[in-house]
Design a protein around this ligand. Sequence first.
Ligand SMILES: [Zn+2]
Length: 77
Amino acid sequence: MTDRTLKPCPFCGHEAAIQPSGDPCEYGRIICSGCHVSTLRYPTIRQMEDAWNMRVETDCAIEDPASTGYEGAWSHE
Ligand SMILES: [Zn+2]
């Protein structure tokens, strides 16, 4: 088991947490404890972590998400 850590929220810097979906086909999603931005739901923790951490690293795209192709992978409730 690898020790993977979630990076802070790219928008507000708060901690991110895994939120289980309760659906057997979807493990859950990662959601920010501060501004509640979240990834889509994914079937594995690893996919969620990759989605979350990748987004953090592409912070240059936050100003203009429409140009990145990533906007469909995020929701903001
Ligand atoms: Zn946040």
